[in-house]
Structure formats: structure tokens, C-alpha cells
Design a protein around this ligand. Structure first.
Ligand code: ADP
Length: 219
């Protein structure tokens, strides 16, 4: 088991998937849900599970939640419970409180309470899927800032054997290939003579427009 301990409150679709993945990654996870069935379903997977109402301060205290490194409020639909739980966790002094928000307003309230990280799973996944639909070779991306992005682009068959000098994204589009992920390993900071093959993945950094142009012209 790795050091950090996580409490996941609300074992719906999001919470249970998050909790399972944390266990897979080797962390201890306490799962809490008011619904007995939801808890029962996760009882074999998580380190500890408890049927409890997280809006009850005494319950949270008795679970020792304050000793956890991070607590995730994965209650969505019941906004009141989500907000009350987040306030209690902050008050109890949990180091890092993460909460899922269903709407911008819900997110704003969580921010005002002092929640350390707010996630909008449905909104963010919608945006991600839209990008991937219009750019089939875009495997994934991370926005570094308002302007800059790192994207993973799948290399199409017709670029097989081409060197970066031939593709020349920096001179033609202003974006740079910072790594090439090949079956046999990753080439970090590739040089002009490095070549790509079909199914390699190019990791490209640049503005969204530059990457978009590169992708549509070359890939
Ligand atoms: P998802 O969209 O991820 O499935 P839901 O909002 O449907 O999210 O589910 C959230 C989970 O949180 C449900 O399993 C529900 O029983 C649980 N939950 C709601 N209120 C509380 C509460 N006060 N205490 C503990 N668990 C709660």
C-alpha cells in the first residue's frame, strides 16, 4: 500500500469508478454512501466501506476523516448534501478536499466554501469528446494555459518513415514535437532525423490553432 489515504464520499458512477482506480493504483480508500446497496457493491473492492450520511458531523468525526490526506465529495444530484459535506470536511481540517460539481453555480458555491479542487466531469468530458470527434487522430490533450496545449496525435500510415525534418511542424505550423511514443519506447526531445511510423504517437506542444493546423494539414 502507498502512503496516501483517500476518502470517497458518494459511491455513484463517478465516485465508485474513482475509488476503484485509486485502489488499483495501490492506495487505501474509504468509501462512504448513504445507500446500502451502493456500499455493498463496493465492499469487496475498497479497503473500508461504510453506510453513513456524510452531512452528519458526528459521523464524519467518528470515521476519522480528518486523518485522510484527501477526501473526494462525489455526490452530484443532491447539491445540498454535496455542499454540506464539503463544508464539514473543510471544517474538520481535511488537508485536501476535492468535489464534483454538476453546474457552474454548484462549482461557485464549492469554491466559496474553500474546496481545494472542483471537477466538472460531465462538462469536461463533453468538451474532450467534442475535440476528439472533430479530430480523430487526437488521442488526448492537456491545456497548459488559455493559449497553450500539449496534444497526443496518432501518426497516420502515410507518414510512415518520414523524419521530423520532412514533417517540419515547427517551421510550417509553429508547434513542436516534444516526444514520440513508439512501441519499443519513448523518444524524448526527438531530433530532426528521428522518424515516425504508423501507430506511433507524437506529443506536440503549441497553441491550439497551431496544433489544429498541423493536424489538419499533415495528419
Ligand atoms: P453519479 O452521477 O456519479 O452516479 P450521483 O449523484 O447519482 O452521482 O450519486 C451520488 C452518490 O452519493 C449516490 O450513491 C448517493 O447515495 C450518495 N449520497 C447522496 N447523498 C449522500 C449523503 N448525504 N451521504 C452519503 N452519500 C450520499
Amino acid at each position: 500500500m502507498k502512503g496516501n489515504q483517500y476518502a470517497v464520499i458518494g459511491l455513484g458512477r463517478f465516485g465508485s469508478s474513482l475509488a476503484k482506480e485509486l485502489v488499483k493504483l495501490g492506495y487505501e480508500v474509504l468509501g462512504v454512501d448513504i445507500n446500502e446497496e451502493a456500499v455493498e457493491e463496493m465492499s469487496q473492492t475498497l479497503t473500508h466501506v461504510v453506510v453513513a450520511d456524510s452531512t452528519d458531523e458526528e459521523v464524519l468525526k467518528s470515521l476519522g476523516v480528518r486523518n485522510f490526506d484527501c477526501a473526494v465529495v462525489a455526490i452530484g444530484d443532491d447539491i445540498q448534501s454535496s455542499i454540506l459535506t464539503a463544508i464539514l470536511l473543510k471544517d474538520l481540517g481535511v488537508k485536501s478536499v476535492v468535489a464534483k460539481a454538476l453546474s457552474d453555480l454548484h462549482g461557485k458555491v464549492l469554491e466559496k466554501i474553500g474546496v481545494d479542487r472542483i471537477i466538472f466531469p460531465e462538462r469536461d468530458m463533453g468538451i474532450r469528446v467534442a475535440h476528439q470527434l472533430v479530430s480523430p487522430n487526437l488521442l488526448d490533450y492537456i491545456d497548459l494555459s488559455e493559449k497553450y496545449t500539449i496534444a497526443e496525435l496518432a501518426v497516420p500510415k502515410r507518414l510512415t518513415g518520414c523524419s521530423l525534418k520532412e514533417i517540419d511542424p515547427r517551421a510550417k505550423y509553429g508547434c513542436s514535437v516534444v516526444a514520440i511514443n513508439k512501441k519499443k519506447g519513448v523518444i524524448i526531445a526527438p531530433t530532426a532525423v528521428d522518424t515516425v511510423e504508423e501507430r506511433d504517437v507524437m506529443v506536440v506542444i503549441g497553441t491550439r490553432e497551431q496544433i489544429d493546423q498541423f493536424e489538419h494539414a499533415v495528419i
